[in-house]
Design a protein around this ligand. Structure first.
Ligand code: XBP
Ligand code: MG
Length: 261
């Protein structure tokens, strides 16, 4: 039985990376007087590192002009990341970054059919709030029965910490939930928590294989066939009815959780 959908944020609910976070990182570099800028391709490569603070530190490792001492690097990365998040919060509404196709419809179905919704993201609560306030209104929180952000689950995906926390807060078994993800790190995190996962491809992860996913689609509203081993004839748009069929086709939840792990 499908009792909950657990949503990733960046890339899944909205295409926030290239025109949202990346722009805010570059504005933070400028505001803090560092000469680094991330173009769209560079940022795509850096997305292999989950978490903005971790991404800045990773990038510094290949920059000769970055501070030599690890402590100074960490302090600078913290300052840049805090500045970036403040800029992102201010920028996200003005940039007009909307929800991806099919997201609102699926959230509406959850609300009307009593299926719980949760968020499991590596980004901070302020960023989630800014994005969802702009798109779902001031009181967006009623739509989600659990909201797990970086502050609650500091170990970044592919670690399953955020997904395990969401399951706990929902009081749900892994086999009763489906995760919605867009990235290889996100898919790995959800699978490590034992949760069957549908991937909705985002701009930066168009060509990844996504082995182990329950199904892969271009977006939740697309009517194209889904890539799915569980139901080879499945096609979009993704709805609660089609998700129930996919989940049922994978068999006994307990056995599936063991397989996924
Ligand atoms: C999103 C991330 C985040 C964002 C930026 O991953 O990795 O780092 O890029 O947000 P996911 P922060 O979609 O798998 O949660 O700078 O706040 O980390
Ligand atoms: Mg994502």
């Amino acid at each position: 039985m499908l009792r909950a959908l657990i949503w990733d944020v960046d890339g899944t609910l909205a295409e926030t990376e290239r025109d949202g976070h990346r722009v805010a990182f570059n504005d933070a570099f400028e505001a803090c007087g560092v000469p680094w800028r991330w173009d769209a391709d560079t940022y795509g490569r850096l997305l292999q590192v989950a978490g903005g603070y971790e991404r800045i530190l990773h990038d510094m490792a290949s920059r000769p002009e970055a501070p030599a001492s690890p402590r100074t690097r960490e302090a600078l990365a913290r300052e840049l990341h805090q500045r970036k998040n403040a800029l992102y919060e201010a920028h996200v509404a003005a940039a007009g970054i909307g929800l991806r196709p099919g997201v609102r419809e699926l959230l509406d179905e959850c609300a009307s059919q009593g299926v719980r919704a949760a968020i499991a993201t590596t980004t901070g609560r302020g960023n989630v709030n800014a994005l969802l306030r702009a798109n779902l209104g001031e009181h967006w929180g009623w739509r989600f029965q659990a909201v797990v952000c970086a502050e609650d689950a500091p170990r970044k995906k592919p670690d399953p910490q955020a997904y395990l926390a969401a399951l706990r807060q929902l009081r749900c078994e892994a086999g009763e939930a489906i995760a919605l993800e867009d990235s290889p790190n996100g898919l790995a995190a959800a699978l490590a928590a034992g949760i069957a996962t549908v991937v909705t491809r985002s701009a930066y992860f168009q060509h990844c294989a996504f082995d182990g996913a329950l199904a892969v689609c271009d977006d939740l509203a697309s009517t194209a066939p889904l890539r799915s081993d569980a139901v080879p004839s499945a096609h979009g748009p993704v709805s609660l009815a089609s998700l129930r069929r996919l989940l049922a086709a994978t068999g006994d939840p307990a056995a599936r959780a063991v397989r996924l792990r």
